[in-house]
Ligand binder design. Structure first.
Ligand code: 13P
Length: 253
């Protein structure tokens, strides 16, 4: 079954007020495209201003704390993100798993807290280069999923898994179509095992050096229901061709 594609930008630690013009331009250019949803996961400091500037565009966060409130200096809860106008959040990005030592159990708790508060979730998984070269990529990602998938997902359209091989992030070198196809099939199998038929309606995004030049090929693959885009999401010039490729792939069924 073909799902509407989701193309989400992850701005990471980029963007100040002057960059809201890119958010506005991305919203304006993607508004008329059918069968593709666009979201931008912005720095916390820009979320509320972006929501005000472009009420029609899905604006997300890049992380969330699993607790409802409390003594967690520097963190934001799901309710706070909702209050700022966010409609989704990334959890478990490899940059957080590595730099902040986030465990699968923590990622699961974050996903569950976000969904319970009414935020959509993009849950990231992905293997290191050493694991890929040792032939353990599928087993490693499957183990990550088993330990970090939330217990329940509600509406499957509010929950996505992003496969982001760590070695492909920010390197300009995306995974090969064969590797993406193999991994996304394994992710689909795990989602169906976890959630039954609803697992067929969870979108599986690919992330890692997605750009205009490789997006057509990637979106044509089975079980690729969209992309999580880092560097190329920062400007409308780089991002729009990717969104258009997703819309064309969705239209082609
Ligand atoms: P790049 O698209 O810059 O490789 O980043 C991918 C990513 O980490 C998105 O979350």
């Amino acid at each position: 079954m073909a799902l509407n594609k989701l193309v989400a930008g992850n701005w990471k630690m980029h963007g100040v007020a002057a960059d809201l013009e890119q958010v506005e331009a991305i919203a304006a250019a993607s508004r008329s495209l059918a069968a593709v949803e666009v979201a931008l996961c912005l720095p916390l400091t820009l979320i509320e201003r972006a929501v005000r500037a472009v009420p029609g565009l899905a604006i997300g966060a890049q992380d969330v704390h699993f607790a409802e409130k409390g003594a967690h200096t520097g963190n934001a809860s799901a309710a706070m993100l909702r209050d700022a106008g966010a409609s989704l959040t990334i959890v478990g990005h490899s940059e957080r798993r590595q730099a902040h030592r986030e465990s699968d159990a923590e990622v699961k708790a974050k996903a569950e807290a976000a969904l319970a508060a009414g935020l959509g979730v993009i849950l990231c998984v992905g293997e290191s280069l050493a694991v890929r070269e040792a032939g353990g990529a599928v087993d490693t990602v499957d183990a990550q999923l088993q330990a970090s998938l939330p217990a329940g997902i509600g509406d499957p359209m509010d929950f996505s898994v992003a496969y982001e091989p760590i070695w492909a992030i920010g390197t300009g070198k995306a995974a090969s179509p064969d590797d993406i196809g193999e991994m996304h099939a394994a992710v689909r199998q795990r989602l169906v095992t976890a959630y039954g038929d609803a697992g067929n309606r969870v979108r599986i995004l690919y992330g890692g050096s997605v750009k205009a030049s490789n997006s057509v090929e990637i979106f044509a693959l089975a079980n690729v229901d969209g992309a999580l885009v880092g560097g190329a999401s920062l400007s409308v010039a780089d991002f729009l061709p990717i969104v258009e490729a997703a819309a064309a792939a969705a239209a082609a069924g």
